[in-house]
Design a protein around this ligand. Structure first.
Ligand SMILES: [Zn+2]
Length: 151
């Protein structure tokens, strides 16, 4: 049986998934088409990964891509970033997340995590009066680490 050849990497590895994948592909002298054949990913998907649009991989996909690039899966995993939702990426889902946060805050939750960066949100309920002078409650939250606010 042929010994698996995990070639030495001759330069410091890039620190983001997109740049590391593209770097490894170059070091291995592989075209996008060749990686596509080895992984069964489409070339378009590989381009997305190298453009930084896909920032993390499922365990199965990671294994396929790592094998294609002849590295161990953790070499990819260590630079993966779990996506945080951008409002413009999926407005419907974003609104659902905001509604859910609002409801949780009004129900008394105070330890919620920011949908954009994952850090703890500062949450509070603000009281007000509607036009008929009935008390109404507003959920407010802001993130201490990123520009996210709920108001
Ligand atoms: Zn945040």
């Amino acid at each position: 049986m042929e010994k698996q050849n995990f070639w030495k990497i001759s330069e410091p590895l890039e620190t983001t998934l997109c740049r590391r994948v593209s770097q490894l592909r170059r070091l291995r002298n592989l075209t996008l088409e060749e990686v596509s054949e080895r992984t069964n990913f489409t070339v378009a998907r590989l381009e997305d990964i190298e453009a930084g649009l896909e920032t993390w991989l499922s365990a199965t996909d990671r294994q396929k891509l790592a094998r294609a690039l002849t590295v161990d899966p953790p070499v990819l995993q260590e630079v993966e970033v779990k996506p945080r939702l951008e409002p413009s990426a999926d407005p419907k889902r974003w609104q659902a997340i905001l509604d859910d946060l609002t409801e949780s805050i009004l129900l008394g939750a105070r330890e919620l995590s920011c949908p954009q960066c994952g850090n703890t949100l500062r949450c509070r309920v603000q009281e007000g009066l509607d036009i008929n002078e009935n008390p109404i409650f507003f959920a407010k939250a802001f993130c201490q680490k990123c520009p996210f606010t709920l108001k």
